[in-house]
Write a protein that binds this ligand. Sequence first.
Ligand code: ATP
Ligand code: MG
Length: 654
Amino acid sequence: MTNQNFIDLSRIYEESEKVKVSLQGKKLDKMRSQALENPEQFWGEQAKNLIWFKQWDKVLDSNDHPFYKWFVGGALNASVNCLDRHIDSDLKNKAAIIWEAENKESRSFTYSQLYRSVNKFASALKSLGVKKGDRVTIYLPMVPELPIAMLACARIGAIHTVVFSGFSSQALSDRVNDSNSRVVITADGGFRRGKLVELKKVVDEAIPLSSSIEHVVVLKRALNNITMGPKDVWWHEIIEDARPYCEPEIIESTHPLYILYTSGTTGKPKGVVHSTGGYLTHLYATAKWVFDFTNKDIFFCTADIGWVTGHSYIVYAPLMHGATQIMYEGAPDYPKPDRYWDIVEKHGATILYTTPTALRMYIKFGNSIPNSFDLSSLRLLGTVGEPINPEVWMWYFRTIGKENCPIVDTWWQTETGGIMISACTGIEIVPMKPGSGTFSLPGIDAVVVDENGKPVTPDKKGYLVIRKPWPGMLMTLWRDDEKYQNTYWRKFDNIYFTGDYALYDTDGYLWLLGRSDDVLKIAGHRLGTMELESAFVSHRAIAEAAVTSRPDEKKGESIIAFLVLRTEFAAVSEQQLRNQLVNHIRETVGPIATPGEIYFVNKLPKTRSGKIMRRLLKSISSGSSTIGDVSTLEDGTSIEEVRQAYDDLHKAIG
Ligand code: ATP
Ligand code: MG
């Protein structure tokens, strides 16, 4: 199907909800049912797209539930799959990475240059004594040396653990200690909002707390003068005499490729462990199905590599497919709220993959900014990280995609390794419903169940679970098998608990409604935070919304909304707007959802990966003075702002 067909169908849906076409595509449908009938055969076929040193003996070993093992007996190397496979082809001289800085400077690496850099750095790590199975912590900003370091680790079988470069020394040393890393790789600094972040200083503070560290490799960007200590070595010095070719280690499929600590939206970060063969198989397949990757694509994934989206869809998946990646070091709105559009225009991005949070931020500033850029190179748009409100979906479709680009709303988690629920433009374009993730991917058995683990009927809300193992699944939590079992496999017997709330509509489309621990219980009804937030955002004055609750004697819980206004509404009367919003919610969701309190704030507290931290809002709303672990908070001032807005209002009301 062409894009044109998609648009027509999408308009049909938009214009009349009563039109019932056979919504699900036949080709996709067939592939999904075949995959679920015989998952091992299906995933075995997918795995053949990778380069293996040795073919697996068994696709899936389920004997030790829930410690599933994929492609047992197989051996491969991730860096060979990302680089060596292209090096004798025409892709050799094509850009693998285009790097863009906040100050608009750019730099690029061809596949051949990336291959050479990875080989040299892998040789250098080996000469520092790093061996297969050792853990290496990477604490670098968004520069090409970050994927180089990851791929170099993969080449020698070291397990990388990337720590987001905005973390404090405490957060860094916690992660170094938990993973027991031997080496830290860092830089003199990075940039964010025009400010130099002195990373080496943070590492210097962390090292005394982390006795396992033997070497600190420092990338010199000549940003500041730094003092080198006894464990420190310069990146450029250790690669100087390093061998230009490093024989790739033969890695068992079930050997960990990396450990990644989750963003901590809900609490203490967990060390998610991903395998090599299963993980890469999942990524190769999902990138093809969802994005329809070809080696002609210029893919702009705006995530930070410190999060799983960057690992999977900046580094491993696009490189395996020979695509060109854009990596951006900086904030979306610095120096002006136009950076993503500027980068799309400048480098001719064909696919943009970003977060609803970033889109809502851009919406706040109006359409004239994106309209002043040439975005015609785009053919596909994607989102990840949070549910996308239908209103925001339509804005993305119209203002950014100019009604020419399908949107893939991709649901997945650090734990799932890759995309699990999304439209699949590489298989068949089916009509899209703004705000729905559409269907689970072939081979992914996602169902919505009630409290007893029984599948619910259409339009009924419940817990999203995955019934069958899938190749990208986490192997365990690092050195905490028990927590792995308790967190994901205990709530319902033998099935994976995602912790998210969802429903299937009568057309079989899946809607994500927020985290199950954020669900509100109002007068006996369960409401997902997403339903309410989308209702607020559908009001023309509101750019962003976060909803939480506090105990209420009559209703059980009372709804509290924190809202950010679109800039053009900043001057309106708050009381008038509050009344309008109450009516709007009563009309769109129902009287049951009448908000108890509404607060207008400049900013919402978000994690570094761009998600609203509702846990924080809840503890502020319930008057708690302890706010828990906020190491992943984007910007400390926003908690204070929310708390201030709340306190001021209480004073004003008396
Ligand atoms: P932690 O588990 O440490 O609290 P986290 O869940 O925020 O952190 P991630 O693994 O980055 O860490 O995020 C996965 C979660 O993000 C999902 O469980 C879901 O709640 C949400 N999510 C991701 N993509 C989507 C999407 N397309 N639609 C709805 N929700 C999404
Ligand atoms: Mg999570």
